[in-house]
Design a binder for this molecule. Sequence first.
Ligand SMILES: Nc1ncnc2c1ncn2[C@@H]1O[C@H](COP(=O)(O)OP(=O)(O)OP(=O)(O)O)[C@@H](O)[C@H]1O
Ligand SMILES: [Mg+2]
Length: 409
Amino acid sequence: MTEQSDDRTGRKILIVDDDLNSRILVRECLEQAGFLVEEACDGEEGLSVFERTGPDIVLLDVIMPGLDGFEVCQKIRESEAGGGVPILMMTGLDDEESINRAYEVGATDFTSKPLNWTILPHRIRYLLRANRAITDLSKAYEELKTLDKAKDTFLSSVSHEFRTPLTSIRSFSEILLTYDDTSPEEQREFLEIIRSESERLTRLVDNVLDISKIEGEKMFWNDGLVGLDEIVRDSVRVQQPLLEEKGLQLRQTVPPDMPLLFADRDRIQQVVTNLLNNAIKFSPTGGIVRIWAEVLEGKRFGEPSPLIKFAISDQGIGIEEQDFEVIFDKLSQVCPDALTDKPGGTGLGLPISKEIVLHYGGNIWLESRRGEGCTFFFTMPSASQSQQAAAERDPTEGRQRSGEDKRSA
Ligand SMILES: Nc1ncnc2c1ncn2[C@@H]1O[C@H](COP(=O)(O)OP(=O)(O)OP(=O)(O)O)[C@@H](O)[C@H]1O
Ligand SMILES: [Mg+2]
């Protein structure tokens, strides 16, 4: 569709004019140019047709019995739907005062009678285009304002989150420096707190940097062929002490022969580790955590392309349905007490996981009921044939090694 036809097709024009002859001529001219035309023979009727039909543009005569064009224009502008509709005033009055008055009451443009039939359709198309540009701009401006506000909220939540561990590090180190009579047990306890709060600070800095890198498209994605089974194996190894500490049983079924992914191994591991860490954190002692994966049929560019689906379930506190979206949102998440008591979390693990999964064209979601545990899922497309071929040609893009393989190399 050309730009021109886009501006004509189905665009509805309302002509408000008491002169029947003039209405007939305008209708003929505009219908020939491809517009849909509605008519009204005076101001009162103009207002009711405007309300009933919701035109894209109004052609308004100035001198009419009853309500004149200025009054109609003002009333349209005051109405709920009339704020953004272009109004072209048509009149034989071409004195300065009338033109000023027209703009004062909200006219978009002004044209003198008799009308020029060649120029009129172009003028209308121009006004429609300009109006659309203005609407798009104001929409973009509103979106920017919302984003700017969201950024401020995020920054202030982040600074608040930084302040909490910093305050406790400062207080406990001051106690240790000020009082000589603290017992060795107390000293140890305070040092433990200082250490764990420093770790929390480091995680927070890392996460904030990660999310801003991904959102600012500054993240370097070191993509290569990688197997989900290896990633799960490594993540479990890292979290093993926590699993044991909580007496949790882990059951996993991730077939080793699944199609490979073409992705940054560390980033996918970050997703899996966060999901596993959450399952552990929000589980009571002695529960079961299950991890499984399967291959789904998928399509890419019309060609069959398997999709890998990963799932992890726990028997923990669960999540209310109203929070299913919220927990993936960095803005509502950075405040750690927003949903539950989050032991030492930054609330950014899931927002980062979502960004990573979306980057690779996958999806992430959950199923849960409060008090009955959660199941988190994500899908990712498997490596395409061309990615596999490229990886075979270039060994630097070849299969990425697991942490264990790297260490033993
Ligand atoms: N398995 C789960 N069971 C119950 N609630 C969960 C689970 N996973 C996530 N949540 C809720 O979603 C929130 C966000 O999780 P997310 O991983 O983003 O942050 P976190 O775990 O608090 O912090 P971090 O990931 O930095 O350690 C959690 O704080 C918790 O409220
Ligand atoms: Mg987490």
